[in-house]
Ligand binder design. Structure first.
Ligand SMILES: [Zn+2]
Length: 423
């Protein structure tokens, strides 16, 4: 990675932009699109002589015609403001505020309320000659650029996943597939689901990382900052444990089926903390107990939310500390998890799953005889095919591993069933 400190004048920035030599790379986009006022403030600051921070460009060389393009890593909104003011972006031209006439800085008075192209030539010239500092980076990998970006921003968190997504790999792919699958359903019930800067994607990535680490109920998402997410992405480069991923999917599907519509109708939004806790609690329940009734689950969850809502205004409420513990600390996650779980287990009829999951050999053969060796679904003679003993009431729904709950299925028929019960 090589650095070059440089200076450019604003007229250069403008002409480089219009000739395509400066390009905005959406993967480095980290700020909201600026408002007109923010644009105006930057131009004022430049005119006052305060300048602006350095711009960070990466140099992308095109071997074919020996040309190069600068991609803006840091400073996209500032660059946009400058070019827009100079009329370089069709329809985005703006004038500086009329109030500048009253500014203590007399230098600004001639610019008040006037667009760039209406400025007297001398003023326009002076504007175009304003210098800005530019750092050009060559031969840098995506990883190096991210490091650099972090260092520049004093290690402040990146806005979401923009700089992480290009890493790729199984972890990132799984995260993005979760976001895509549940974007319009479960996730739409979560606050700030707009995901404009990949914030929500980051929450999902953190949740996945916490699950993969076997964090159980201590879901301190704060532990999973971008650096750790990156480490996860590297660690699970090729594959992640699919059983854990499938557990998250099961919980999200369950939540989706039992909760989302009601929330949407009442326009209730979950905080990110409540949402992740809900996934954890649901996973815990699905792992430990026979699957509860979805309508009952929904009812209790809605009750929990409205209780939580009431608790916010009542310090004597038993859920007050839960309602107040939105902070992203390990302690508050534990409080939330415990409160939600005990609420659910107290109010929902739950029955334990049969601890015995597999039929033993003698049970298998007795059930085989009972069915005369014929598959209960398709009738194929299993003497000549691979076969399994299936739970009639699924084990996950509380079905017992007893001969009365077993039936003979050929492997094809068993594979067609959604929930695979091991023989
Ligand atoms: Zn069959």
């Amino acid at each position: 990675m090589e650095f070059k400190q440089d200076k450019m004048v604003l007229s250069q920035i403008n002409s480089f932009y219009s000739s395509g030599r400066i390009s905005m790379n959406p993967k480095y986009q980290r700020e909201h699109v600026w408002s007109r006022v923010q644009n105006q403030k930057l131009i004022e600051s430049l005119l006052t002589g305060y300048g602006t921070q350095k711009f960070l460009f990466t140099v992308v060389n095109n071997e074919k015609d020996n040309s190069s393009v600068y991609e803006v890593v840091d400073g996209q909104q500032r660059l946009n403001a400058i070019v827009a003011y100079m009329g370089g972006i069709p329809g985005k031209e703006f004038s500086l505020p009329v109030e500048l006439k009253k500014s203590p800085n007399k230098k600004l008075h001639p610019y008040a309320g006037i667009k760039f192209k209406k400025l007297p030539p001398a003023l326009a010239e002076a504007f175009m000659e304003i210098n800005i500092d530019v750092v050009k980076v060559e031969d840098a990998t995506d990883g190096e650029i991210r490091e650099l970006f972090l260092a520049w921003n004093n290690g402040t968190p990146l806005r979401g996943m923009e700089l992480i997504s290009p890493i790729g790999g199984a972890f990132i792919t799984k995260t993005l597939s979760l976001v895509k699958t549940y974007k319009t359903t479960v996730f739409s019930a979560v606050k700030s689901q707009a995901n404009r800067r990949g914030q929500f994607t980051l929450t999902v990535a953190r949740m996945l990382a916490a699950f993969l680490n076997g964090t159980k109920n201590k879901v301190s998402l704060k532990r999973y900052n971008e650096r750790q997410i990156k480490e996860h992405a590297a660690r699970f480069g090729k594959s992640i444990k699919s059983d854990i991923f499938n557990r998250i999917i099961s919980s999200l599907d369950f939540i989706n089926a039992s909760i989302t519509k009601e929330l949407t109708d009442k326009n209730i939004k979950l905080s990110k903390a409540t949402f992740v806790t809900l996934v954890y609690v649901t996973d815990h329940i699905l792992q430990t107990y026979a699957q509860p009734s979805k309508s009952e689950y929904k009812k209790q969850f809605m009750k929990f939310l409205s209780d939580l809502n009431d608790a916010e205004e009542d310090p004597k409420h038993k859920l007050y500390s839960v309602a107040m513990s939105n902070a992203d600390s390990e302690h508050s996650w534990v409080i939330k998890f415990d409160a939600m779980l005990s609420y659910f287990t107290k109010n929902i009829m739950l029955s334990e799953k049969d601890k015995k999951r597999r039929f033993n050999n003698s049970e298998r053969h007795i059930v085989f005889q009972k069915y005369n060796g014929l598959c209960a679904e398709c009738g194929i003679d299993c003497t000549y095919a691979k076969w399994e003993i299936d739970h009639i009431i699924p084990h996950s729904s509380g079905g017992k591993t007893k001969m009365i709950n077993g039936r003979l299925l050929c492997r094809d028929c068993n594979n067609k069933k959604g929930a695979l019960i091991p023989t």
